[in-house]
Design a protein around this ligand. Structure first.
Ligand code: SF4
Length: 396
């Protein structure tokens, strides 16, 4: 059984294909780190240094920390770091990190609200025998008797709501480990430092919450272990995914990365996408116009009691009939089935719904055993569907 982590489980939830690339195929990332991740790691490193110094009874000056941040930034920054938001450059991000450190320092100086036990502490939680989860706590501290605090630094530009925080699983899982590690634990307070906003968000979990969470995580791990298909799941996070160049959902974008605007416009796939999109727009317009004209024709035919309209060398025959709708009432539907059986019409009407069957196969609604029972009677052929939509280039 592999060692799970919160980020491993979250990766599966956000995109099963990314999970496969990263954790099953263990592929090297195709793209470099995002600038957001890089800036976050630099800020974390500085805060770790701050609390390590404090353990040695040294309160570093703010300027020293900023100097360290800038020195490490310069040393570690390289061209492989990806900036998705094209309106901003590395300097914007560097300054943001600098400000986060400065605000944090002013907010918490002289840093004596709690005693630090450790920074970047590796913890493991045994969810059940054979199911172990590992993680790293940014900072663990304790206050008066039995009150422990798990601190997490966030450099994201998005401030979550208190409800989001209540539903967050990561620190709650870490609190399970802390409860196990220290027998005198009375309370474990979970604290997120949203550095961009110089704001703390806090919560605590009851034993009941943690038990429910354990069950939820175990069942998610079962789901991962029993997955056979790892499909791409597109979301705004794709713009930051390091596997975009090999993912079928994004590969085409990267295929033409080096092309000049002229070469790009002439590439087969680009031409096909542009042509199809234009045609589908036209088709939509025509369909709307046709629906309006059709409606007018029906009304004209009813009003004038005619079933054929003549134009200049054209005629339109208007067919009017009735379609049957079956009641939604379950009991009545059962009765209808019995009536149809009595009058020998049921088998006639019972058609094999291949659309539904295909969907059931695709979505895994039929167990492997049942699939093998059905397979001798069916064959599978590829089908294609196109879903045209507008696409904003990352960072536009
Ligand atoms: S680019 Fe998007 S869909 Fe593709 S693997 Fe990455 S997250 Fe998944």
């Amino acid at each position: 059984m592999p060692l799970y982590s919160h980020s491993r489980i979250s990766t599966f939830e956000s995109c099963p294909l990314k999970y496969k690339f990263s954790y099953i195929d263990k592929l090297e990332a195709e793209l470099g780190n995002s600038i957001e991740a890089f800036m976050g790691s630099m800020v974390h490193m500085v805060l770790e240094r701050l609390y390590t110094d404090l353990k040695f009874l040294k309160i570093p000056k703010k300027e020293e920390l900023i100097k360290l941040y800038n020195k490490e930034w310069k040393k570690n920054y390289d061209d492989s770091i990806v900036i998705v938001r094209k309106n901003y450059d590395a300097e914007n991000y560097r300054k943001m990190g600098e400000k986060y450190i400065s605000d944090y320092y002013d907010h918490y100086h002289p840093f004596d609200r709690a005693k630090t036990i450790g920074c970047e502490m590796r913890i493991t939680v045994e969810l059940k025998p054979g199911y172990t989860l590992q993680g790293y706590i940014d900072r663990l501290s304790f206050k008066e008797d039995g009150v422990y605090e798990i601190h997490d630094y966030k450099t994201s530009g998005h401030l979550p709501s208190q409800e989001d925080i209540e539903n967050d699983r990561q620190l709650a899982l870490y609190s399970l480990a802390v409860r196990k590690m220290f027998p005198d634990v009375e309370r474990v307070i979970l604290i997120w430092h949203y550095l961009a906003f110089d704001k703390e968000l806090r919560t605590e979990k009851s034993e009941g919450d943690l038990e429910a969470l354990k069950k939820e995580i175990i069942s998610r791990i079962y789901e991962i272990e029993n997955s056979h298909e790892f499909k791409p799941k597109e979301s705004p996070l794709c713009n930051w995914c390091q596997y975009q160049p090999i993912c079928p959902r994004r590969k085409h974008l990267f295929k033409n990365e080096e092309a000049s605007p002229e070469e790009f416009a002439q590439e087969d796939g680009v031409e096909l996408a542009n042509t199809y999109f234009k045609l589908s727009q036209k088709k939509k317009e025509i369909e709307t116009q046709m629906d309006e004209v059709k409606d007018k024709i029906y009304k004209y035919a009813d009003r004038n009691n005619v079933d054929t309209l003549y134009g200049s060398s054209v005629k339109i025959r208007v067919w009017k009939g009735e379609s049957v709708k079956i009641t939604d009432n379950e009991e009545k539907r059962e009765e209808l089935i019995n009536v149809l059986k009595d009058i020998n019409l049921y088998n006639e009407l019972l058609k094999l719904d291949t659309y539904k069957l295909s969907k059931m196969f695709r979505t895994g609604q039929i167990s492997q055993i049942n699939q093998s029972l059905i397979k001798p009677y069916i064959s599978k052929e590829p089908i294609y569907r196109l879903y045209p939509s507008r696409f904003d280039w990352p960072g536009d």
